[in-house]
Design a binder for this molecule. Structure first.
Ligand code: KIV
Ligand code: ZN
Length: 463
């Protein structure tokens, strides 16, 4: 069945098959704009040395293009783009510029040392922006876009043009501008959904129409750039790829203006996990996604929501008894990719009021106790009473319950797996799996003894 042919589940065992399959797929470039559009989100600005550190991480992640900044915006951003251009030799380094001489010249100067420089020029094309923001006519917009692309081209072979607010622009005018900038030398045309207004079917149709109608479009790459104001940035980006786009602009953790940009990690994993729907390859090394996300969080100090797809704290955590039961039997029941495939060390079973016997038994085992069925029943009864009052039951509370049930000889049972010197398990001394007050699951092999007694027992819990 196609669903599980992808490598997040098969791991290294089927690497050859995987690579054969991947080589047949069309390539989609990942254009990372964490350091430019991502930085524009409130509270996310970065110093040049922080941008450089992240740029090294992005290179290691395997992105194709790093948009390092907007050099005209500040001296610091000019320096940051310059530093990234000097040190990062693999990916294309892009710098943003408005359609103005000073911006374009400053971008070109910042990119002087780059091995693969790109100037990215943008100008709004929607009537809303032309009238209310720029106060120029459509003809003036067209002329300004063409002369900016010509100028950028005279300084850099690789030129990207973005008609800002493309999704609210008049279709005929948009196509006219795109044809003109391609004729002037643009090599990529990016279609921004600047205000996150589009829905997937509509954005896909827009990309298709551009692919059909714009003169010269076959010579250039069509790029998607989506914001998340309606929560559809990733869906829109994927719809664009299905409609012919071959570059996606996105950010780590989905940071960006207002509600953010399309999240890189979600786009990449959607293609990896669902090649039946998105038969495309990217050069991203998915095992580096979580470490990259963590580096960004550390640098900007903005945490991701716990339930964020792919890299959120709860993305591979299970609390409901039914789910924990399934996970202990076989992680295929409730996980569509392995945590390791995105660089997360392991899945975890969180102990709370929805948890079942089996997860609690596993936790006791991880703490070094060999708990019999009757003992576990009693610990579980008291655990549930406690879990009703507290959200997550921590290790020290489980230890207290064991002591309560076993009495003062709790640590003297010869069959326990703790070493005799380990009178009271210290959190710091526990295996890594225990450090989050949860139970790590390494695939389907972990089972408690009660499995054999009643394999469906926990299925009744946590409905
Ligand atoms: O959202 C947008 O329109 C942009 C452009 C500058 C590409 O970020
Ligand atoms: Zn944007």
């Amino acid at each position: 069945m196609a669903l599980f042919v992808f490598h997040p589940r098969t791991g290294t065992r089927n690497r050859e098959t995987l690579e054969a399959t991947l080589s047949e797929r069309e390539f989609v470039k990942i254009f990372d704009t964490t350091l430019r559009d991502g930085e524009q989100s409130p509270g996310c600005s970065m110093r040049p040395e922080e941008k450089l550190q992240l740029a090294h991480g992005l290179e290691g992640l395997g992105v194709d293009v790093i948009e390092a900044g907007f050099p005209i915006a500040s001296a610091g951003d000019f320096d940051a783009v310059g530093a990234v251009a000097r040190e990062i030799r693999g990916p294309v380094i892009a710098a943003l510029a408005r359609c103005r001489r000073q911006d374009i010249e400053q971008a070109a100067r910042a990119l002087e040392a780059a091995s693969h420089p790109r100037i990215h020029v943008f100008l709004a094309t929607s009537d809303i922006h032309l009238k209310l923001k720029l106060n120029i006519s459509r003809q003036q917009c067209l002329d300004q876009a063409v002369s900016a692309v010509r100028m950028a081209k005279s300084l850099c072979e690789d030129v990207e043009f973005s008609p800002e607010d493309a999704t609210r622009s008049d279709m005929d005018f948009l196509c006219q501008v795109l044809a003109a900038v391609i004729d002037a030398g643009a090599t990529t045309v990016n279609i921004p959904d600047t205000v996150g207004y589009a829905v997937p079917s509509e954005y896909g149709e827009l990309i298709q129409t551009i692919g059909r109608r714009v003169h010269g479009i076959g010579k250039v790459t069509i790029s998607a750039h989506c914001h998340d104001d309606l929560g559809m940035a990733v869906a829109n980006s994927l719809a664009a790829v299905s409609a012919g786009a071959r570059q996606i602009e996105c950010t780590i953790n989905g940071i960006g203006e207002r509600a953010g940009n399309a999240a890189l990690e979600e786009i990449v994993m959607a293609m990896r996990v669902r090649p039946d729907r998105y038969p495309y390859k990217t050069s991203v090394i998915s095992e580096n996604l979580f470490p990259m996300s963590q580096s960004l969080t550390e640098i900007i100090g903005m945490a991701v929501q716990p339930n964020k797809a792919i890299i959120g704290r709860n993305a591979f955590a299970h609390e409901a008894g039914i789910h924990q039961d399934g996970m202990i039997k076989n992680s295929l029941t409730y996980e569509i990719m392995t945590p390791q495939s995105v660089g997360v060390p392991g899945s975890s079973l969180i102990l709370g009021k929805h948890s079942g016997h089996r997860a609690l038994g596993l936790r006791c085992e991880a703490l070094g106790f060999n708990i019999g069925k009757h003992e576990l029943d009693e610990i579980y009864r008291q655990f549930m009473a406690l879990a009703d009052k507290t959200k997550i039951v921590k290790d020290h509370q489980i230890l207290e319950l064991i002591v309560k049930v076993r009495g003062s000889n709790a640590f003297l049972d010869a069959s326990d797996k703790r070493s005799s010197s380990q009178a009271w398990p210290q959190l710091g001394a526990m295996p890594q799996s225990a450090s989050r007050n949860d139970v790590s699951v390494q695939g389907a092999s972990l089972r408690t003894k009660i499995d054999e007694n009643d394999p469906q027992e926990d299925y009744l819990w946590g409905v």
